[in-house]
Design a binder for this molecule. Structure first.
Ligand code: NAP
Length: 391
């Protein structure tokens, strides 16, 4: 099938380049009619996403000078310097904003921050000192640590400050996390849709990551505007409106489903059946993972599912059209169970229980070791070496 796909991809592209290019151009990004910009407000767009209109804010509305003016009286105290702390913190610093970092002294993050040029006593402090100095407190501790440290953080969140999160986890599941934000301050969220490394690398390339924003408390009447401005300041290109609840439910659901857990389970099931039926490891891997990630999924990502079908052989197309509803029907109850488990807090409880253990890193490593040792991923290591770019 791999050969067929390659051939047909080329043929389809050549034979119908005109049709497909215009189809692709529209498939590659959501439809934005010429007159859909909201009048008078540069950068805000009403976009029709498959028949549903949504407002999307864009970086163009918050150029650097406007950000500097908007936050001129603020000290952004960014607490935690892990994946997001690194990406958002450096982007804020490069944008010229007054940002300081708060982490526990002499931990891994303290050392990492110094390596990135943050200076103890100048813009690097321990957590409580940074919160005391900040007007906007950006809580980027790990979700388990947000819960663990809340008893010492909460009393420092005095009137006039703003509390910022990048995940709805802590306040939405407050019955489990005990994180109950004070009612007398603005509480906002900007959640980049990607790791902190990507937040940073896209910013350095002059692009921006997609993020969502939400408001939990609006005491000043400016919470929404502040959330959008901060989302742009930390490196977002497009900013989509959501709520804390929707953000956390979709995020926990997605990573357990198609983004990570679901796709891993599907790869394993397909690979095992091929191996049980006498196929060699390389054949099973190529037909399960390599062709997916190297040939077909990039087409879905770039141009859409219909284009991928169109680019495949008639045989492949017929089979996939017949089997996708069967997979959907088999998997939908699993996704329904998963969503219920996210919504009722079971996934949050599980995450808190596991990630609050002092030896959680070692335990995680044990589980990753099991994955690393699986035949399928061992085969992957060898197959990757044979890719043209690695020869
Ligand atoms: N990672 C992502 O892809 C991503 C994407 C979007 C949103 N988010 C959200 O962004 C937030 C931060 O996530 P992250 O992935 O950047 O976190 P992370 O990489 O796990 O960062 C952990 C930070 O928390 C600190 N920490 C851990 N336990 C602590 C404790 N008991 N006391 C004080 N500090 C402690 C660590 O400091 P030490 O080095 O001293 O341990 C480190 O600075 C979370 O709400 C997360 O859901 C993450």
């Amino acid at each position: 099938m791999y050969r067929n796909v390659a051939k047909l991809t080329a043929r389809a592209a050549a034979a119908s380049s005109k049709r497909s290019l215009s189809a692709l151009a529209s498939a590659a990004r959501p439809t934005l009619a010429k007159n859909q910009s909201v009048a008078g407000v540069r950068g805000i767009k009403k976009i029709n996403f498959g028949g549903v209109e949504e407002l999307v804010h864009e970086r163009a509305d918050w150029p650097r000078e406007k950000l500097l003016e908007y936050f001129k009286n603020d000290t952004l105290a960014l607490i935690g310097y892990g994946s997001q702390g690194y990406g958002q913190g450096l982007n804020l610093r490069d944008n010229g904003l007054n940002v300081i970092i708060g982490v526990r002294k002499n931990g891994a993050s303290w050392k990492a921050a110094i390596e990135d040029g943050w200076v103890p006593g100048e813009n690097l402090f321990d957590v409580s000192e940074a919160i005391n100095k900040g007007t906007i407190v950006m809580n980027l501790l790990s979700d388990a640590a947000q819960s663990e440290t809340w008893p010492s953080v909460a009393p420092l969140l005095t009137e006039g400050k703003t509390l910022y999160f990048s995940h709805g986890f802590s306040p939405v599941f407050s019955n489990l996390t005990n994180v109950v934000p004070p009612k007398n301050i603005d509480v906002i969220l900007a959640a980049p849709k990607g790791s902190g490394r990507t937040v940073r690398s896209l910013f350095k390339e002059g692009r921006g990551i997609n993020s969502s924003y939400a408001v939990w408390n609006d005491v000043t009447g400016k919470a929404e505007e502040k959330a959008i401005a901060l989302a742009v300041a930390v490196g977002s290109g497009y900013v989509y409106e959501t709520t804390f609840e929707k953000e956390v439910n979709s995020d926990l659901y997605g990573e357990r489903g198609c983004l990570m857990g679901g796709i891993h389970g599907m790869f394993l099931a397909q690979y095992e059946v091929l191996r049980e039926n006498g196929h060699s490891p390389s054949e099973a891997f190529n037909e399960t993972v390599e062709e997916a990630t190297q040939s077909l999924y990039p087409l879905v990502g770039k141009y859409g599912m219909d284009y991928m079908y169109d680019a495949c052989s008639t045989t492949a197309r017929r089979g996939a059209l017949d089997w996708y509803p069967i997979f959907k029907d088999a998997l939908k109850p699993v996704f329904q169970d998963l969503y219920a488990s996210v919504k009722d807090g079971s996934e949050t409880q599980r995450s808190l229980d596991f990630n609050s253990q002092p030896d959680y890193r070692e335990k995680l490593e044990e589980e990753l070791k099991v994955i690393r040792a699986m035949e399928i991923w061992q085969v992957g290591k060898e197959v990757r070496k044979l890719r043209p770019e690695n020869n």
